[in-house]
Design a protein. Structure first.
Length: 244
């Protein structure tokens, strides 16, 4: 049962993965479209309706977290209701829920191991990426039986290295830990390529480069997505994954 919610599909083995955009929701003005976040000043009823549309699309309840740019991973209870917790990644082997991570420039990273039937979703901005959120997500999936060599990953729409300007010192600090993040903007100033950094981390964790789908648009350049850099007051789209 699929509805017609506009979303980008991604190739993940053993799971259905998608990235929503602005299209298809009921929010208006600066949140216009499918804003899925409650904390950004949007109308509560509009957000509730948008989340219902997403659940219809996935055909199961969608689990969100209160994201705080940490490296904390929440492993869902094996069954029963799922409380809303503060964390920046979700992991489960359940097939009766979908996992969602909300973003507007940060990386939404979705993972699946088709052999153990384990899925994960992580919110990786600069702080989370450097703090180890992706390594910890892969680790937590491992505790449920996932093996890195079986994992497939998708790194969704996010601000790109040619757009994500940062101070020189911030670039230097990030590059010491993750050399692949070092980049320059299209106008020649220091920047970070978070997507390249995420690929570097996932490959170091044992995931095959060929199993990583990293080809997704830049949120700052592509107005089909919310971008916090483009507009401080805006909505959040999501990366969502479910087994099957
Ligand atoms: Zn860009």
């Amino acid at each position: 049962m699929t509805s017609s919610l506009p979303a980008r599909a991604s190739r993940l083995r053993g799971a259905r993965a998608l990235f929503t955009g602005r299209e298809g929701g009921v929010s208006v003005a600066e949140h216009a479209g499918l804003n899925l976040a409650r904390h950004v000043g949007d109308d509560e009823d509009a957000v509730r309706r948008n989340r219902e549309l997403l659940e219809q699309e996935l055909a199961v309840p969608v689990v969100f977290v209160d994201q705080v740019h940490s490296a904390d991973v929440h492993v869902l209870p094996a069954e029963g209701p799922v409380p809303v917790v503060t964390a920046d990644a979700l992991v489960t082997d359940r097939d009766d829920v979908a996992l969602a991570i909300m973003v507007a420039d940060c990386l939404p990273v979705l993972l699946s191991d088709p052999v153990s039937g384990t899925i994960g979703a992580a919110h990786a901005g600069r702080a989370g990426l450097l703090g180890g959120v992706l390594e910890r997500t892969v680790e937590a999936m491992g505790e449920l039986g996932a093996r890195p060599e079986e994992l497939t990953a998708s790194i969704g729409p996010a601000i790109c290295g040619a757009c994500y300007e940062v101070p020189e010192q911030m670039r230097a600090e990030a590059a010491r830990q993750l050399p692949a993040t070092q980049a320059s903007t299209s106008w020649g100033t220091p920047s970070l390529d978070l997507r390249a950094g995420a690929v570097e981390i996932l490959v170091a964790a044992g995931i095959a480069l060929s199993a990583i789908d990293a080809e997704h648009p830049c949120t700052l350049e592509d107005e089909r997505f919310y971008s916090h850099r483009r507009q401080a007051r805006t909505g959040r789209f999501a990366g969502v994954v479910r087994r099957g």
